[in-house]
Structure formats: C-alpha cells, structure tokens
Ligand binder design. Structure first.
Ligand code: GUN
Ligand code: FE
Length: 453
C-alpha cells in the first residue's frame, strides 16, 4: 500500500525565495538550494547553476521554500476517531470516547490510522512529529513511520492505572519490559530518522514507579524524549491535587522527571512556582491551542512563558479534539487567541513561525539536523505557494511570515521533501494512494466500533 519510495540523489530546487529560519532569520532570493543525498549541500546563485550536474532540477520560480514544520504533540492512533468525540471536556472525552476507542485498536486499525495521520501531516507540510502512541502495538506505528519516509518520534503510551476506563491499562512490569524492547528495536532506526519517545499518558494514568523507572530507562537511549500531558484542564489538576497534594508540574518535579528532554503537552494552568521549575529544568512545552479551545480547557499563558524564557512549540494534538492536524491552524490560533487579552502586538508571525520550525527542532534536540534551511542540515523542505489569491499581494519581508502564519492553510503546500526524498510533489502523495487509505480506514473504523459494542 506504500508506493515505492522516491529516490535520493543530487537535486536542485530553484524557488522564488527561501525563508531559512536560521539565526538571522534570513530570507534568500536569487539562489537555488542544492541537495545531495539527504542533506542540503549548497546555496547556488542563479547565474552559476549548471543543470547537467543534477539528477533533478525542480523549477519552483513561483513558490517559496521553507523548512518542514515540526509538531511536538500529536496522537496518530486517534486520527480514525475524528468527529466522534465532539462537545466533551477532557476527562469525559477520555472516559466515554477516547479510551474505549483506543482500547479497541488492533494492528490493522492502528496501521490505517497511522497511514491516514502521516498522509495528513505530510500534505500539510509537517515533516517531523512527536507522537504520544497508544497502549498496544507500538511497533506498528514505528514501522509505518520507517516505511513512509517521515521523520519523528513515537513509542508505546504508558498506562498502569486507569480510573476512567479500567480495561485500558497494562501492568507496571509489562510496561517497563515493553518499552525497553521497543526502544532497543526502533530508537534511531531508518538512518536515525525514527526515534523512540517514552510516553507516560499523564499523571492520572501512571504509578510513580512507572514514571520514575521510565525516566531511568530513557538514559540508555540518548536522543530519546520523555513525552507526557500536563496541567491541561482544571478538573484534571484538581484530581492530581487530591491524589498527591501537589500541582501537576510540582509533582513531576518532585519525582525527578523534568529535564530538557521532557516535553509537556498543554501546560494551560500553571502557578508561578511551576513556571520557575519549567524554566530551571529547561523543560519544553507543546502548546496545542485548538485542542485547548475545543475541550474547553482554557488558554495557555504563552506570552508569559516566552517572557520567562520557557521554550514553547506547537502541536495539533489528536484529531478528535481539534479536528484537524494542520500546523497552519495551530500557528494562526496560537497568535490570535492571545491578542484579545494581551494586545495586538503579542506573538507576531515571525515568532510563531519559529515555534513551528527551529524551536520545535530544539525541543526535540534535532536543531543541528532540521528546523532551518542551512548547509549541512538534513533536507526536510516544503515548497509553499504564498502568492495565491488569498495571500498578500506584497513581496515585503514582513508579509512573508504573515502569509505563512495568518493567511495560508494546508492547501497552500505544494511539495514536501523529508531526508532528501520527495514525499509530496505538486500536491500528489508519493507515499500513499489517498483514496485507498481513506476507504480502508473507514472499513477498519467500522470493524473497530463493532469490537466496542
Ligand atoms: N490527557 C491524557 N490523555 C490525553 C489525550 O489523549 N488527549 C489530550 N488532549 N489530553 C490527554
Ligand atoms: Fe494529547
């Protein structure tokens, strides 16, 4: 069902301009980008191009080249459940819908939801993601990531207590055995394109022993990430307080799981003390504005995090609480939801663009490889049309970021390359037959629903 992978080689892309996201936020004109194997090997002035040197010359005179987007919190396992869990707050959403749905996955349904997710992410220009995984069949997601050509982290989701839906859990001992095996098999596979992430679901679903031992195991897998949810809804935080007499992040801090390789999704409600801990430990936040609004969780204090020097990146979260996997929605909303409270000047387009590119790479410790267009970095690139009827009619530097963040959607994305390979070209997927995965996805969803009843 995967089309044969497009080849790497010596490729030249000639775009209208290049938005690099480098340290100086350079925008380059009149230069082409040369890709050799999986890396960006040179910028070539237009008058020095020698076309015969390349396996492929991509003339993109009307398109803008940008780094591939990076989403630091997604749930591939949930994409199949889009539209089936609307109008519920977090804990009810988990109890009534998401945990029963995820619990009913078999390998086939998980494979289809993974394909549908990777397809949607790639079509929207996302080239790297951090996935939360699900309780069972973690290897299915990781294998599909390898096969598809996308970059990212996944791992099994850890749950060893579940007061919301008791069927959906495993034992502490099995969880620990499974993650060790999976990380050994998959961490840094496919030329290091696919990495392992250790994913305790959230405080309410994990024993302290599991949370702590997972952090210990992680030390054997340098470059892996500890990925969990934190401080999302007031009801959830109340429950954490009742159990541990602490705020959510204070609890994580007290058991030693916060450091610069920990990514916390949400952090909507935090105290001064917790923010200090995030800063001191250099822990990264994955902000998911659509999900926070849709589940009625609240508005995360992003301007305050940035003022205090805390790293903030972006993710779409799961399809059933969004209901989209588009980074463009997250970029636009991340900025707009703050403006009525903090003023029109807050979270400008350039800052938001960084959060979705180089800052995402930093959060995942991939900044020497991806997140910006620089010689020596991996070729994770997106060609976007920001000269469409619904973008600005100016060629100024200011309007470039504004066009990407405020007036574009996934429809503006034309072509996507990961690790030197075209995965989307001219809006056509070179990875999946889209009609086929949608129809097979529907079949698997119908069967999965029967397994619940
Ligand atoms: N907290 C624990 N699990 C989840 C989940 O699947 N989605 C969101 N948004 N929050 C969670
Ligand atoms: Fe989530």
């Amino acid at each position: 069902m995967i089309k044969s992978m497009s080849k790497k080689g010596r490729i030249l892309i000639i775009p209208k301009k290049i938005v690099t996201a480098d340290k100086a936020n350079s925008i380059i004109k009149n230069q082409a980008v040369e890709i050799f194997d999986n890396k960006i090997s040179a910028f070539i002035p237009l008058n020095e191009i020698q076309k015969q040197n390349y396996d492929e010359v991509y003339n993109a005179h009307d398109l803008t080249l940008i780094p591939g987007f990076i989403q630091t919190h997604v749930h591939l396992s949930q994409t199949l459940f889009r539209g089936l869990a609307d109008e519920l707050p977090l804990l009810e959403w988990l109890r009534l819908k998401i945990f029963p749905f995820e619990n009913a996955h078999n390998e086939q349904s998980l494979r289809m939801t993974t394909k549908l997710s990777i397809n949607e992410l790639l079509m929207g220009g996302t080239t790297t993601f951090l996935d939360m995984g699900t309780l069972r069949y973690g290897e299915v997601v990781l294998q599909e990531m390898i096969n598809s050509g996308i970059r990212g982290f996944s791992g099994k989701c850890l749950i060893d207590i579940n007061d919301l839906y008791s069927d959906f859990k495993s034992s502490t001992k099995d969880e620990i055995k499974d993650i060790t095996n999976l990380a050994q098999s998959f961490h840094n596979s496919a030329d290091e394109r696919v990495k392992y992430s250790f994913s305790p679901r959230f405080v309410l679903s994990c024993t302290q022993k599991l949370l702590k031992e997972t952090k210990e195991i992680m030390k054997d897998f340098p470059g892996s990430i500890y990925h969990t949810h934190s401080s999302e809804s007031l009801q959830e935080i109340d429950e954490v307080r009742k159990r541990f007499h602490k705020e959510n992040i204070e609890y994580f801090n007290s058991i030693g799981v916060l450091d610069d390789h920990t990514v916390l999704a949400h952090c909507v409600h935090t105290s001064d003390n917790e923010r200090k801990m995030l800063k001191d430990r250099n822990t990264r936040i994955a902000h998911c504005p659509s999900a926070n609004m849709k589940l009625g969780s609240g508005i995360a204090p992003i301007p305050q995090y940035l003022k205090e020097g805390i790293s903030v990146t972006l993710g779409a979260d799961g399809a059933p609480c969004n209901n989209n996997l588009s980074i463009f929605n997250e970029m636009r909303l991340a900025s707009l939801i703050q403006k009525p409270v903090h003023g029109a000047e807050v979270l400008d387009a350039k800052t938001i663009f960084s959060m979705a590119t180089i800052e995402g790479a930093r959060a995942l410790h991939l900044e020497s490889e991806v997140g910006s267009i620089e010689v020596g970095k991996k070729a994770d690139l997106v060609l976007i049309d920001i000269d469409s009827y619904s973008n600005s009619y100016s060629d100024s530097e200011e309007s470039v970021y504004s066009d990407i963040v405020f007036s574009s959607t996934t429809e503006n994305v034309r072509s996507v390359m990961v690790d030197g390979r075209w995965l989307i070209k001219g809006r056509e997927s070179l990875v999946y037959d889209q009609k086929e995965i949608i129809s097979k996805g529907k079949e698997e969803l119908a069967k999965l629903m029967k397994r619940i009843l």
